[in-house]
Design a protein around this ligand. Structure first.
Ligand code: LFR
Length: 497
């Protein structure tokens, strides 16, 4: 029997998708069945000096997904939207969008980590926000606008983070979902309030921030004009764990008890789930984030540059008309020589778009290593370096949380790269359990089911994931000594054990 049907939109930095989730019960055995009904590219647009999201196109695709769900006969009861963190739109006093939202890789935040760090004090910033200072954090974006005397910021009445903005366009209801709020670096996770004093000191208007709503909050029904336009009934929007990373963590099929995970996509988020933030001296030195999660959790995690580096290489090669698929890249990496050269994936040069193969070459040249020439050598260098970085981040997570983990759960689109999963198991010397791929969309659906009382809690949700999706296990191979040796080289290169 069919217990409930929900619709999830998961928007990533390069594509978005809509998935139907059907919660079923066969003789007391509950399962979640998901079907992808819509997928679309997310193409940022450069306008003058700025890089923007095409927010109206994204809205159009979300509307298209809602229409398709009903056209295909699904009796959808609710929908939820999750996206990447930190980005936002500003509304004026009439509730209209002011300008096109900036893309988090817009260079207008260059240099602002140092500037705000000097103004406020790095220690104080960390003690209050509990976040790794990343150039894209909302705080730096708003400060960039303030420094540019942005008329938009002056006119702004309300700030809506991307998922909340899309939900607002569809329902007319304004909320600020909690997990996204905690990515701004303007929220205080220990006190659980906005950091209005910090806003004042930076001249960021406190009036634009709404009181956060917890994941699972019912936002409101689709607006009448949207129902008319799409010819669909008035289904409810649920504020899920609207930050994609937090939705993905909901879908980690871990049994009860502490576990370590890696959400693997454009970014790699590696960490563990806790009840309270850890804002210690050591956490600050290692720059770990405490992000608000679903169900009263905090996620202690490290943000690592991730498959972005490989995606950018591929984009460059495709543009040079040397088109290559991720599959082919993995094949070529497999046959390239092991441990020839390695990079620190978090070196700042890899953050911005463009020229990625050249950046890898210059990094290797500067660090007196053999310079990768072929595509396979580049890909091997990236994948091995990421695996080594994961080992380092897992060690650090264990130290901070005072836990030892038997293995690592990997979820998200990046796990389709089997070589990366295998390298990670080898680098860790521990098993990797991979799956599900569509973790964010699945977590999004599960929070909708929790909101409607169809699923009890996080533990129930994770049992459902384990019962519904295949999980692959990668065991480390017997090349331990080589990986240990490579790890020592990696530590010497990056300078932080
Ligand atoms: C992953 C993610 C990360 C966040 C980065 C930028 O998609 O949401 O958690 O740090 O994107 O928003």
């Amino acid at each position: 029997t069919l217990l409930s049907v929900a619709l999830a939109f998961d928007l990533g930095a390069s594509s978005g998708r809509a998935l139907i989730g059907e919660l079923t019960d066969e003789c007391g055995r509950q399962q979640l069945r998901v079907t992808e009904i819509h997928r679309f590219p997310n193409r940022p647009v450069q306008v003058g000096r700025h890089l923007h999201w095409d927010i109206l196109q994204l809205l159009q695709e979300v509307k298209g997904g809602i229409r398709k769900a009903f056209q295909q006969g699904y009796a959808v009861e609710s929908f939820g939207i999750d996206t990447w963190g930190v980005d936002f739109g500003l509304l004026d006093a009439n509730g209209e969008l002011l300008g096109n939202p900036y893309h988090y890789r817009d260079p207008h935040t260059d240099g602002l980590i140092a500037e705000i760090g000097a103004l406020i004090g790095k220690g104080e910033l960390y003690e209050q926000g509990g976040l790794q200072s990343m150039p894209f954090n909302t705080i730096y974006q708003l400060y960039a606008m303030k420094k540019a005397d942005s008329p938009q910021l002056q006119a702004a009445q309300t700030l809506l983070l991307t998922p909340d903005l899309l939900v607002y366009f569809l329902t007319g209801c304004k909320v600020c979902e909690f997990t996204m709020a905690t990515t701004t670096q303007l929220y205080m996770p220990l006190e659980q309030v906005w950091n209005t004093r910090l806003m004042e000191r930076l001249d960021i208007p406190a009036r634009i921030f709404l009181e956060p709503s917890l994941p699972g909050t019912l936002v409101g029904p689709l607006a009448d004009d949207v129902c008319l336009e799409l010819n669909v009934p008035k289904i409810d929007a649920v504020a899920v764990g609207t930050h994609d990373t937090e939705s993905a963590v909901v879908a980690v099929p871990a049994p009860p008890g502490p576990f370590a995970y890696l959400v693997c996509g454009t970014w790699s988020l590696l960490g563990t789930e806790l009840d309270t933030p850890i804002i210690s001296e050591e956490a600050r030195e290692l720059e770990f984030s405490n992000e608000g999660g679903v169900g009263g959790t905090y996620q202690l995690l490290k943000n690592i540059m991730g498959l972005w580096i490989l995606q950018e290489c591929k984009r460059e090669w495709d543009e040079r008309d040397e088109t290559v698929s991720f599959q082919e890249l993995a094949e070529e990496a497999r046959s390239a020589a092991p441990f020839r050269s390695m990079i620190d994936p978090d070196d700042a040069r890899f953050y911005g778009p463009g020229g990625m193969p050249g950046k890898i070459q210059s990094y290797c040249r500067e660090t007196n290593q053999p310079v990768p020439e072929s595509k396979g050598e580049h890909a091997r260098c990236i994948l091995e370096s990421l695996a080594l970085r994961y080992r380092q981040a897992l060690d650090q997570t264990e130290r901070l949380a005072g836990q030892r983990f038997d293995g690592l759960h990997m979820v998200g689109g990046g796990i389709q790269n089997e070589l990366l999963c295998r390298f990670t198991a080898c680098a860790l010397g521990r098993p990797v359990w991979s799956g599900p791929v569509e973790a964010s969309a699945i977590g999004n659906l599960l929070v909708q089911f929790i909101a409607k009382g169809k699923c009890a809690d996080l533990q129930h949700a994770r049992r459902l994931v384990a019962a519904s999706f295949p999980i692959d296990t990668y065991e480390p191979l017997d090349d331990r000594a080589e990986w240990d040796f490579a790890y020592r080289r990696f530590i010497a290169l990056t300078g932080t054990p």
